[in-house]
Write a protein that binds this ligand. Structure first.
Ligand SMILES: C[S@@+](CC[C@H](N)C(=O)[O-])C[C@H]1O[C@@H](n2cnc3c(N)ncnc32)[C@H](O)[C@@H]1O
Length: 287
């Protein structure tokens, strides 16, 4: 029999078990499994119970391409086009930041602070894939939820996620509070770009694949606080009396953020730690 070249072998139909075995030679075992299940549209149980199930030539080719992209460092969520957050599944594309587990802390703090009024007004500034607005709308169906982003492409992803989860969120395109007129809110949440310019993390761990405008404020040599500063500075004109502003920030920014909140007249200022013990969310209340 004529030996097959590796290129031909890659495109030949294979069983899903063999495909998983081959993929984990190149990438992390769990990532390999998830990519096989994604391409074969099968569950983990099916992969284990029926490893002989064949992939078509097209599926084999698709899997090879995804494994190669993962091996080059592209985040798994972009390859699967999906990411979990706070128990829900969200569509993600390279136009949005991949949801991070530490952002779940912001959801919990927000839910604890929602006022017991018939229809609390919530705004999520820099909504990206919509995770904060949509999760809060799911947990608090009586709220009126607005979400803002500068990126029209991100808003398309967020709108699709809101439809998928059956929640009504008003999406607005623009620069922080600008599209909101003089509206006031009982709760403002934001996970703005906060990575300092030149931070070495921007060059590794999949971050080069994420939208730059979701990560940094674009200020050459900036400390990463420009967006947080803009949001805090105008919060007085958009918080209802007693309303809360909650912001996610970088691991070393809590002192600076509390100082900004104080300088702009907020009260009950505090920072809260994430599961890693890092002060990750800071906030304050209007008088
Ligand atoms: C760190 S991402 C957060 C996305 C999402 N909220 C999350 O937690 O995964 C920041 C978001 O802010 C948006 N953004 C950046 N500058 C903005 C601005 N001036 N006005 C509104 N949104 C902005 C980006 O497009 C991005 O979607």
């Amino acid at each position: 029999m004529r030996p097959t070249t590796p290129a031909i072998a890659e495109a030949m139909p294979a069983g899903i078990g063999d495909a998983w075995r081959a993929a984990r030679q190149r990438i992390d075992r769990l990532d390999a499994r998830l990519l096989v299940e994604h391409v074969a549209a099968c569950t983990h149980a099916e992969l284990l119970a029926h490893p002989e199930r064949l992939l078509s030539a097209a599926q084999t080719g698709e899997l090879a391409a995804l494994v190669a992209r993962r091996a080059r460092g592209e985040p798994l969520a972009y390859l699967l086009r999906s990411a979990g957050f706070h128990g829900l599944e969200f569509a993600v594309t390279p136009d949005v930041l991949i949801p991070r587990p530490e952002t779940e802390r912001l959801v919990e703090l927000a839910l604890e602070r929602l006022p017991a009024v018939p229809a609390p007004r919530i705004v999520d500034l820099g909504t990206g894939s919509g995770i904060l607005a949509i999760t809060l709308a799911r947990h608090c169906p009586q709220a009126t939820v607005t979400a803002v982003d500068l990126s029209p492409a991100a808003l398309d992803v967020a709108r699709a996620n809101a439809a998928r989860h059956g929640v009504a969120v008003r999406f607005c395109q623009g620069d922080w509070y600008l599209p909101l007129g003089d509206a006031r809110f009982d709760l403002i949440v934001a996970n703005p770009p906060y990575v300092a310019d030149g931070d070495p993390h921007l060059r590794g761990d999949g971050l080069p694949y994420e939208p730059r405008m979701a990560l940094t404020d674009g200020q050459p040599g900036g400390d990463g606080l420009a967006c947080i500063q803009a949001i805090v500075a105008d919060s007085g004109e958009h918080l209802a009396p007693g309303g809360w502003l909650l912001l996610e920030h970088g691991y070393d920014q809590a002192d600076a953020v509390r100082e900004l909140l104080r300088a702009h007249g907020l009260v009950e200022i505090a920072s809260w730690r994430d599961l890693g013990g890092i002060e990750r969310v800071s906030g304050g209340r209007s008088r």
